[in-house]
Design a protein around this ligand. Structure first.
Ligand code: HEM
Ligand code: NAG
Ligand code: NAG
Ligand code: NAG
Length: 331
């Protein structure tokens, strides 16, 4: 490609470099540069919801997996390259994270309306909010103005992302490292009000909890029988089950399920069996409005996580843009 064609991108890139340091996140960040940005994301998420209801949950999960690993910088969206093992194949993400094509569709629509303006990191934040709003949950204003990472780290994802076996104590400590309180952690776990998980994530609970050779005693018996049938020993562990009784509706059913011993993941059920988190589960199970308020607050705090590293606005969410220096070399 000739330098002439890339010149506008190059200039935009250099301009961005100059403002990176003084940057802060704020609502309506794109109101001048791309006024339609938020409505385009909402429109594409509506399309995704109609095409495959589960996909909006899968997209919402990306915010958690992106923001915990070196801040909300769309690192989770990067494909592996010969020089970089990205996050997609990390322990928690492999055969599990999905619906990246929804993000691609949103990016494509945004590139048509406003080329190289809206970051992939901001797309994840807007789309996650929309996933909740479109499935019956709260709608809130998101802060924007993030940059996309220049790299990703499988190791960092392996080191940070929690296992479905995690207990409440471990999760409290983990979330504290990200300035998230016990209440934030319990509320954010309420994201499991939508979507599904694999048998792979619950086999140990069903057949060998903590190496006991027995199921998790916290499992309500009829729910356990249902899961045993869905996930038999030696069966296909890619089969999926609902994370709560109303997996297409963002509501407080998840917390009601925990109270009745019908949490899907061990990390879910432990929030009710543990003294430190139990009162929040009870509260959210009885007061949906309180859950919604706490969830919004948690999502905004989660979205505030930033690495402080240099970033860019990617053309394509799966690959890092070429650096200006490479472009000049080619010329
Ligand atoms: C508290 C610690 C958490 C743990 C241990 C955890 C773990 C998991 C696991 C194991 C699955 C199922 C994956 C599979 O079997 O393939 C899952 C699904 C999901 N998680 Fe979490 N998660 C946590 C917190 C969060 C947070 C904070 C969010 C979002 C803000 C979130 C959003 C989701 C969603 C929406 C799904 C369903 C995705 C789909 O249907 O594709 N999770 N989580
Ligand atoms: C919770 O998990 C941690 C780390 O996996 C473990 O050391 C601890 O003993 C567990 N706590 C309880 C109460 O099971
Ligand atoms: C259960 O887990 C323990 C410890 O991880 C292991 O030694 C044992 O073989 C397992 N039992 C079965 C039936 O898989
Ligand atoms: C799930 O499917 C993937 C590929 O489709 C396969 O590589 C993996 O081994 C399967 N995982 C389990 C737990 O069965």
């Amino acid at each position: 490609m000739s330098l002439l064609l890339l010149l506008p991108h190059l200039i935009i890139y250099l301009l961005l470099l100059t403002v990176v340091t003084g940057e802060f996140l704020r609502p309506r960040f794109y109101s001048d540069s791309c006024p339609e940005a938020e409505s385009i994301v909402r429109r594409e998420m509506k399309k995704a919801l109609i095409k495959e209801p589960r996909s909006v949950a899968s997209v919402m999960r990306l915010q958690f997996h992106d923001c915990f690993v070196n801040g909300c910088d769309a690192s989770v969206l990067l494909d592996d390259t010969p020089n970089m093992l990205g996050e997609k194949l990390s322990l928690s993400n492999i055969n599990s994270l999905r619906s990246f094509e929804v993000v691609d569709d949103i990016k494509e629509a945004l590139e048509k309306a406003c080329p190289v303006t809206v970051s992939c990191a901001d797309i994840v934040i807007m789309a996650s909010r929309d996933a909740v709003a479109l499935t019956g949950g709260p709608d809130w204003e998101v802060k924007l103005g993030r940059k996309d990472s220049l790299t990703a780290s499988q190791q960092d994802s392996d080191d940070i992302m929690p296992s479905p076996r995690a207990n409440a104590t471990f999760l409290i400590d983990l979330f504290k490292r990200f300035h998230l309180s016990v209440k934030d952690m319990v509320a954010l776990s309420g994201s499991h009000s939508i979507g599904q998980g694999r048998c792979f994530s619950v086999m140990f609970r069903l057949y060998n909890q903590s190496g006991s050779g027995k199921p998790d005693p916290a499992l309500e018996p009829s729910y356990r029988r249902k899961l045993d049938k869905l996930c038999p020993l030696g069966g296909d562990e890619n089969v999926t089950g609902d994370l709560d009784a109303t997996p297409r509706l963002f509501d407080n059913q998840y917390f009601k399920d925990l109270v009745s011993g019908r949490g899907f993941l061990n990390s879910d059920q432990t929030l009710y069996t543990s003294r430190e988190t139990r009162e929040y589960v009870k509260m959210f199970s009885e007061d949906e409005a309180e859950f919604f308020r706490a969830f919004e607050e948690g999502m905004v705090k989660l979205g505030d996580l930033q690495s402080g590293r240099d970033g860019e606005i990617r053309f394509n969410c799966r690959v890092v843009n070429r650096k200006p220096i490479d472009v000049l070399r080619e010329f």
